[in-house]
Write a protein that binds this ligand. Structure first.
Ligand code: 5GP
Length: 178
């Protein structure tokens, strides 16, 4: 692995495909154990999590369902500021064991605004699995129940994550050279 270019920026190798795969296997083992005998509903948040969600899902042995949603934010009224809504959530969450799949938790803003909306539907439980977390960037603390990697506060691409639309198809994760 060597330095790559995406658009106008340079990125250096950070996590290999091997690092990612073995971490995902460990996460799946833990999830298999914790959800044995249940039938959880995984909700993957697009676009960034599509590769992570697929790879994690393939490793699970339990009975499990998955759906994919996209979050759209728009300006609400002055008092509510930005409002985040889910597009494509057509499953009733009432009484379900829900597991949210997120690519990366940065400030935590997205999930902190979105999770209460899901909780409103009264799932039996709700946990979060995230591939990456930038603890130094936290503004809205989010409890991440299953975490792939804690990373420094640097911009990363690859493995589903993009820089301005490109880089999602890179098999490894690269970080911005500053
Ligand atoms: P948060 O709301 O936690 O600040 O941001 C979450 C979203 O920001 C992620 O789902 C992702 O789309 C985007 N994001 C945050 N950090 C990075 C990064 O380092 N690389 C890429 N490609 N996207 C990021």
């Amino acid at each position: 692995m060597s330095i790559i270019r995406v658009h106008d920026k340079q990125f250096e190798p950070y996590l290999t495909a091997n690092d990612i795969n073995s971490r995902i296997k460990a996460l799946a083992q833990q999830l298999d154990k914790d959800y044995a005998g249940k039938k959880p509903l995984f909700i993957a948040i697009l676009n960034g999590s599509f590769i992570f969600a697929a790879d994690l899902f393939k490793e699970l042995s339990i009975d499990v369902e998955i759906c994919f949603i996209k979050l759209a934010s728009y300006k609400g009224t002055k008092s509510s500021g930005q409002v985040i809504t889910a597009i494509g959530l057509d499953t009733d969450l009432f009484g379900r064991d829900v597991v949210i799949i997120e690519d990366i938790v940065d400030t935590g803003k997205t999930l902190s605004e979105f999770l209460p909306q899901l909780k409103h539907q009264q799932p039996a439980s709700m946990k979060i699995v995230a591939l990456l977390h930038k603890p130094e960037a936290t503004v809205f603390p989010i409890p991440i129940d299953y975490l792939g990697f804690s990373i420094p506060n640097k911009f990363v691409v690859g493995y589903g994550l993009d820089y301005d639309g490109l880089g999602r198809n890179i098999r490894e994760i690269y970080k911005l050279v500053e």
